[in-house]
Design a binder for this molecule. Structure first.
Ligand code: SF4
Length: 434
């Protein structure tokens, strides 16, 4: 397994970590140059300059969708027309197999706070919220202390560093629903309402939290901002081996020798992550399939393992980079059981707002349960394929249902015989016996 040498030139997100990977509190963070980027932005840059640097850097959202951050920021209305506006940090990390935001918040909380402060400057925001997954109790404790430290050092509060500007950061723990990762559901939940996604338009950039312009960015996205401001866009782009700029928290879980999470350049191949960092599959096991970035991403097979990890390549192969925390599926795994487990999760986490998702996902689960015990009906494959279509993109109110059926659709594509072998033999009518 590769030994990782982290430096500020190569690992902008994680080079702050010490050998023991203890929390980097403000003293240590500042000693190594922390908050210099914020001071630079505050004292020498206009909001428009910050937005154009982020735009030029090519930074894409790290929550899974990969939307360019600078463009998202530029969609916010100009200050003169809207005085109250918000920045929401999406820390509701509930994608199965994904814990990169947890790691960043628990180890380097000030990097996120500095990213929020610079982004607040760019967006003319004075109040930001971190919407935290409720199970992240440790991250909550650490962030609370870090916000307190930043306030003590004068980075949060009134008249920050004598600039005349005020910044507040509020920590809000969610109530434990996967759908809160969807930005309009997150806004509803933050406002104390039921976490249903809202119809768009209007988009949150104009009508967001409490009806005010709101920008929503992921933890890892915001954590990238300080180094971009401090070291520039050329350096940031050159960190990558591919067309996507910078580095990304990537990982492999499943039955691999060394499951984990590493900051790696875009464009590294999935095989390199699996073999050089995760140590390969456990002895005696072979890779049968993998999901590139979370339970809602389509399955890929062994033949895709040499693909570079970047947004477009994985998309062209029929999946999504998602969170880039890949899950290895070994050759002892029954694909029907695996997919049933995934669909049970998504069925439970449906908000119930629209019928195809609310009723379709439990239907899928019940069919998969029958196939799992070889009690499936001869029509089951047709019904599953029809449900994949009826819950697909554009058929439901939000992307939950299309994401939920993605692993099923790809599993049928690559491992159809495993599903078909679950059809009860007596349910196939033998004409010659009549
Ligand atoms: S697709 Fe599912 S999660 Fe999304 S609004 Fe409809 S019921 Fe809710």
């Amino acid at each position: 397994m590769k030994r990782i040498l982290r430096t500020s030139e190569t690992h902008p997100l994680t080079w702050w970590l010490n050998e023991k990977e203890d929390v980097v509190w403000i003293k240590e963070y500042k000693k190594n140059g922390g908050y210099l980027a914020f001071e630079k932005a505050l004292k020498t840059m206009q909001p428009v300059d910050i937005i154009s640097i982020v735009q030029e850097s090519g930074l894409k959202g790290r929550g899974g969708a990969g939307f360019p951050t600078g463009i998202k920021w530029s969609l916010m209305p100009k200050k003169s027309s809207f005085d109250v506006r918000y920045l929401l940090c999406n820390a509701d990390e509930m994608e199965p197999g994904t814990y990169k935001d947890k790691f960043l918040m628990e180890k380097i909380p000030h990097q996120l706070i500095e990213g929020i402060l610079i982004s607040s400057l760019a967006l003319n925001v004075s109040k930001s919220y971190i919407f935290l997954r409720c199970e992240y109790v440790q991250a909550e404790r650490i962030l609370k202390k870090a916000i307190f430290e930043a306030t003590q050092y004068g980075y949060i509060g009134s008249n920050v560093l004598k600039s005349g500007l005020n910044f507040e950061i509020f920590l809000h723990s969610g109530a434990g629903r996967y759908i809160c990762g969807e930005e309009t559901a997150l806004i509803n939940s933050l406002e104390g309402k039921r976490a249903n996604p809202k119809y768009k338009p209007p988009f949150p950039a104009y009508v967001g939290a409490w009806g005010k312009p709101t920008c929503i960015n992921n933890v890892e996205t915001l954590s990238n901002i300080p180094s971009i401001i401090l070291h520039g866009t050329k350096w940031y782009k050159n960190l990558s081996k591919s067309i996507d700029s910078g580095t990304k928290m990537m990982g492999f879980s499943g039955k691999v020798k060394n499951p984990g999470l590493w900051e790696l350049p875009f464009g590294i191949t999935a095989r390199e992550i699996l073999e050089d960092y995760a140590g390969g599959m456990n002895n005696g096991l072979n890779l049968k399939a993998w999901q590139p970035g979370g339970a809602s991403t389509e399955l890929l097979t062994f033949k895709h393992i040499d693909l570079p990890m970047n947004f477009s390549t994985i998309q062209n192969a029929g999946s999504r980079l998602g969170t880039a925390l890949a899950m290895a599926i070994d050759d002892t795994v029954n694909i029907v059981s695996l997919v049933r487990n995934i669909e049970e999760f998504f069925s439970r986490e449906s908000c119930g707002w629209c019928t195809p998702c609310r009723d379709g996902l439990p239907w899928i689960v019940s069919i998969l349960k029958s196939l799992e015990v070889h009690q499936g009906h001869e029509n089951d494959m047709d019904i599953l394929e029809e449900l994949c279509c009826k819950l697909g993109p554009g058929k439901t109110f939000c992307a939950h249902a299309p994401g939920a059926v993605s692993p099923l659709k790809s599993a049928i594509k690559y491992f159809r015989s495993e599903f078909e072998s679950g059809i009860k033999k007596t349910s196939i009518i033998n004409i010659s016996s009549i």
